[in-house]
Design a protein around this ligand. Sequence first.
Ligand SMILES: O=c1ccn([C@@H]2O[C@H](COP(=O)(O)OP(=O)(O)O[C@H]3O[C@H](CO)[C@@H](O)[C@H](O)[C@H]3O)[C@@H](O)[C@H]2O)c(=O)[nH]1
Ligand SMILES: [Mn+2]
Length: 749
Amino acid sequence: MANQNTLPLYQKVWIKHTFSRTVDSLILFLLLTLLSYRLFSHHHFSFPWFLALLCESWFTFTWITTISTKWTPAKTTTFLDRLFLRIGELPQVDVFVTTADPVLEPPIITINTVLSLLALDYPANKLACYVSDDGCSPITFYALVEAIKFAKLWVPFCKKYNVQVRAPFRYFSEKAKANNSNLPQFKKEWLKMKKEYGQLCSKIQNASQELNTFPLVGEFAVFSKTQPRNHPTIIEVIWENKENLTDGVPHLIYIAREKRPRHPHHYKAGAMNVLTRVSGLMTNAPFILNVDCDMYVNNPKIVQHALCILLDSKGEKEVAFVQCPQRFYDTVKDDAYGNQLVALPMYIGGGFAGLQGIIYAGTNCFHRRKVIYGLSPDDDIQNVKKNYGFTGGKLSQKRRKRLFGALEGFVQSVDDALEEMTFTPNDNLFKFLDLEAARKVASCDYECNTAWGKQVGWLYGSTSEDVLTGLEMHTKGWRSEVCSPDPMAFMGCSPQDNLGQMAQHKRWSSGLFDIFVSSHCPYIGTLFGKLQFRECLAYVWITNWALRSLFEIFYALLPAYCIFTNSSFLPNKEPGMWIPTTLFVTYNVASLTEHLISGLSARTWWNNLRMGRITTMTSCFFGFLDIVFKRFRISDTVFEITKKDQPSSGDENVGRFVFNESPIFVAGTTILFIELIALAISWRGWQNGNDRAYGLGEVFCSAFVVLCYMPFLKGLFGKGKYGIPFCTKLKAIVFAYLVFYACTSIVTN
Ligand SMILES: O=c1ccn([C@@H]2O[C@H](COP(=O)(O)OP(=O)(O)O[C@H]3O[C@H](CO)[C@@H](O)[C@H](O)[C@H]3O)[C@@H](O)[C@H]2O)c(=O)[nH]1
Ligand SMILES: [Mn+2]
C-alpha cells in the first residue's frame, strides 16, 4: 500500500469530449472547404468575394485557436483528507480585497465579502485580511469598523453551526434552509444574528446617506481634507487577533494607498502591489488569496482545497496559482445580457486547464508570494539570490533599490518570502509592527525606478492586468490549475444591465488587445519564453478579441453592401451554396447543444449568441479603437469600474435593453439602419422583379443581423431609458446614409 504521505493531494483527469471534437472538426472542415471554394471560383472574383474570403480566413484562424484550446479539457479533484495527513500545520494565508468607489461598490457588498472571508473554515491566526480602498472613503472604513463588531458574533456562529454561506446578506436573504433549524438554541441565536445584521445594515445605510456630512472626528479624522485622488496613505489596523486565537477573528487591515494627481496609480494592479508590500511587512504569508469586493466565499473550506494543489509534491514545484471559477448569484433570467459566462468557461476554461493552465481572472485566485516576487519554477532559492544580487543573505544596495524599492525592512521580508521562512507563523505578528514603514511602501514614490509593475508584482500597462500577470507567469514556465469544488468556491455579482456589461466587455477587449500588441504578446512568449505552443494559441484566442470586431463588422455589412451594389458574396445559384449553409446550421446546432449539455436553456443560447454579435461589433470595436488611440498617444485607457447592484427582484423590465448617449450605441444603431435599408431595397427589388445579382443568401444574412440587433430595433420605439436617444438615431442615420452613399458611388464610378 502506498504511504499515506506520498499520495498526491489532487488529481487531474482529462475528459474526452468526442461529440464536441467531432462537430468542431466538421466545422473546421467546412470552413476550409469554403475557403478553397472561394479561391478556385475564378468567375466570382470581385470585391465582396475577396472581402468575404478575408473575413472567413480570419474566422478559420480563430476557429483553429478555439479547437486547439478546447481539444483536451481537464478537471481537477482535491483530496482534503490527505492534506491533513501530509502537513502538520496549515500555512498562513494573506487575503486581499480591493474596493475603489463607495457609490459604484456599496460598502455593504464589500463588508459581506470581508465577513465571509473572516469566517473561512481556517485557523483564524493563520489568516489576515487586507482591504484596499482606492476610493479613500470614510464610509467604507466606517462600514468595516462596524463589520468587525458584528464579525465577533458572526464568525463563531458560522463555525458553531457549520453555516455554508458565510456572507450574511445571502445567508439571511436566501430561502437558505437554516440548518439545525429544529434546535431551539439555534433558533434563538439565528434570530439574534439576523437582528444584529439588520442593525449593521441600517447603520451603514444611514452613514452612506450622509456621505457629505459624515463627521470626520476621532478615528475618522484621518479622512479630513482628503480627496479620492489626492491624499496621503491611510493604514488602519481595524482588528488584531492579539491573542493569536485559532477560533477568533482574523486580523483586518484597512489601506488607502497614497494618491496624487500627477502620479499614475495603475488602477487595480497598483492597489494589489501596495497590498503585497504592506502585507509583506506585516504578516508576509507565503500564500495570497485575492478577491474583488463583490465576490463572497460560498465554500468555507476553499482555502484547504486550493492548498491541496499548491502543497502537492508536484504542484509545489510547478503550479504558480490556483484559480477558482467566477460564478454569479441572482442572475438575469436566461442570461439576457450574455454575461454569465457559464458555457464558455466550461468549454474554453476547461480547455485551458488541460493545457499549461487557466488564465488568471483577477479574483478568486490563490497566489504564491514568491512567484509574485518574480521567481521562476526552475530557480532554486540560491540561484534567485544570485540573480537578484543577494550576497550573504543581503541584497546589494543597488539591486535592492532597482527591484523592490529602498526600504530595508521590506527587502528583508522579500528575502524571507523567497526562502518561505514565514511558513511557520510568528507568535505575535504585529509585535514589530512599524506603521511608518507600512505607509512608506504604500506611497506614490515608492515604486519609482523599481521593478514593481514590470518584473515584480501585478504588471502594469493593461486594464486586464490579471491576464497579463498570469501570462507572464506562464511565460516563465509556471503552470496554473482550476479549483472548483462543490459547492462553488465563490459567488459574485455581475452587471445587472447591458450598460455595465458593455462597459466591461470594452475594458476587457481593450485590455486584452493591449497585451496582444505589447512585448508580452503570447507569440513572443512562445518564441523566447516557456509558454507552450497550444497555451499560446489559447492566449491568442483570448487576447485578439478586439480585433475580431473589425472582421465581424465587415462581414455583417457585406450582405448590405451586395444589396446596395447589386453584387453577391455567396454562390447563390450554384451547388457550392451548400457549404456556407451547412456551416451556418452546424455551427449553431453545435453551440446550442453545448448550452443544453451545460444545463442551460435554448433561450440562454440565443441570448449569448445575439449578445456576442452585439458586443463584439460595438463594445469590442471601441475597445479596439481605445488601443489604437493609446498606441498613437492620443488618449490613454482607463479602468471603468462596473456598478455592483443588488438585483431588484420582481422588476418586469429586468432583461430589457437600456440606452444612453454613448457612441457605442451610435455604432450599433448605424449597423441596424444599414441592414434595414438593405432589406427595404431588396424588398423593392423583389417586387419590381429586377435582374438581381444577389440572392436569398444575402437577404437572409441581412435579416439575421437585424434579428441579432432586435434589442436595438425595439429601442428605436422605446421610451425613456429603454429608447435610443434622438441624437443617437440622428447620428446613426447620417452614418448609415454615408455608408450607403459610399457603397453605391464606388460602384457607379
Ligand atoms: O482603480 C481601481 C479600479 C478597480 N479596482 C478594483 O478592481 C476590482 C474589479 O473591478 P470591477 O469593476 O468589478 O471589474 P470586473 O469587470 O467585474 O472585473 C474583472 O476584470 C478585471 C480586469 O479588467 C479584473 O481585475 C477583475 O478581477 C475581474 O473580476 C474591484 O474590486 C475594484 O474595486 C481597484 O481596486 N482600483
Ligand atoms: Mn467585478
